[in-house]
Design a protein. Structure first.
Ligand code: B12
Ligand code: SF4
Ligand code: SF4
Length: 309
């Protein structure tokens, strides 16, 4: 099968599976992205995410993951819904990627596995391997190269048609495809995200210091949250730098009901959430990203955010 036909079939199968955009990139060692990653790690902008420093070779060169790789297939999966966060300051906020019924890793991984089976069945020579933020792959770098979107100054990939409220995933494949080209960076003179970030985590255009980021502090930090970081009402993740982005708000919503906010936590006050027992917490957040903080992290975030009011 020629590469154009193969690409067409892959694209239509991915769209059928619920992905919004599909982009193809030649798999090669990355240089500028590797340099940025090196600088980010050397400057300790990864905070305590030691795992970001592991597997540097694999992260910057996909042939270290799959020897005969030829292409990277990048996929976007929308998660935004028409539901708004409450404006009531007694109601803490959970970021929209995490407030739903299920963890995106599980939903998307299942789709990727099915897609890999379909693609592998197209020819006995085809081999694939899939990731959704669960391996040493720079999701954003490949998405940018493939033309799914540009790297915004808030360091999220922005699709000119939908904004940035989507997840990224990849299928690595040992076949040539017709490759996309990067889209224009439309941030231009806009600085809304940098000005809106309450902690200064976006310390320069296109650069984020995880130490200062509310998302890092509430999801990844396993220790105390520094006093000087005001959580601004966020108890798991943070959407501020995306909420202010003019490319969001295009009313392009997911059709996946798993990303609608869970009824048990919607519009609940700090005190109501602080009253949840460990069992209740485990039951409510079973199979969702919020379980990542564990009960202690959940309590820590709630207490700190309430204190910061
Ligand atoms: C580590 C990590 C985090 C860390 C650090 C974030 C970061 N910006 O790196 C923390 C915990 C803070 C985090 C937070 C969030 N994350 Co996160 N995270 C990741 C992870 C695992 C790795 C990202 C990475 O490689 N960082 C390393 C540094 C070096 O990369 P970077 O900031 O992207 O740097 C690039 C650019 O800045 C650029 N660059 C640097 N200088 C310059 C200069 C110019 C001029 C230009 C043009 C570019 C440029 O080059 C660098 C290399 O490509 C990815 C999944 C994955 N496996 O890739 C998800 C991922 C990036 N996260 C994601 C999400 C959804 C989030 C949150 C929105 C969750 C939330 N609501 O709280 C926030 C967003 C915060 C933000 N403003 O970025 C999505 C983003 C989807 C998208 N549309 O882009 C990803 C891709 C997960 C996924 N598979 O869907 N995350
Ligand atoms: S997620 Fe929040 S704290 Fe982190 S960079 Fe964006 S606005 Fe700043
Ligand atoms: S808010 Fe403005 S500068 Fe920031 S990512 Fe969006 S368009 Fe770019």
């Amino acid at each position: 099968m020629n590469k154009t036909r193969l690409g067409e079939i892959i694209k239509s199968k991915c769209i059928e599976a619920g992905f919004f955009k599909v982009g193809f990139t030649r798999a090669e060692k990355t240089y500028s992205e590797a340099l940025y990653l090196r600088e980010w790690l050397d400057e300790k902008r990864n905070a305590d995410m030691q795992w970001m420093a592991n597997n540097f070779e694999k992260r910057t060169d996909p042939s270290e993951i799959m020897e005969d790789i030829r292409s990277v297939i990048s996929l976007s999966y929308l998660y935004d819904t028409p539901v708004a966060h409450s404006e009531n300051r007694n109601i803490p906020k959970i970021s929209r990627y995490a407030w739903g019924e299920r963890d995106y890793h599980k939903i998307i991984k299942k789709k990727l596995k099915n897609l890999c089976n379909v693609i592998n069945s197209l020819s006995p020579e085809i081999k694939t391997r899939a990731y959704v933020d669960d391996g040493p792959v720079m999701d954003k770098a490949w998405a940018v190269r493939s033309g799914i979107g540009w790297m915004g100054k808030n360091t999220n990939v922005i699709d000119p048609d939908t904004g940035s409220f989507f997840f990224l995933a990849e299928i690595l494949i040992n076949a040539e495809l017709d490759y996309g080209t990067p889209v224009e960076d439309l941030c231009k003179s806009c600085n809304l995200c940098i000005n809106a970030c309450p902690t200064g985590a976006l310390y320069e255009e296109y650069k984020l210091d995880a130490n200062l980021c509310i998302s890092y502090q509430t999801i990844e930090n396993r220790n105390d949250i520094p006093d000087e970081i005001n959580l601004n009402g966020w108890i798991f993740g943070c959407d501020i730098c995306q909420d202010v982005c003019p490319f969001n708000g295009k009313n392009k919503f997911t059709t996946d009901i798993n990303f609608l906010p869970k009824s048990q936590i919607k519009n609940k006050t700090y005190d109501e959430l602080l009253n949840l027992s460990e069992d209740e917490f485990n039951k409510i957040f079973e199979g969702t990203p919020v379980r990542r903080t564990k009960y202690n992290g959940w309590k820590r975030n709630l207490i700190k955010a309430k204190k910061d009011l």
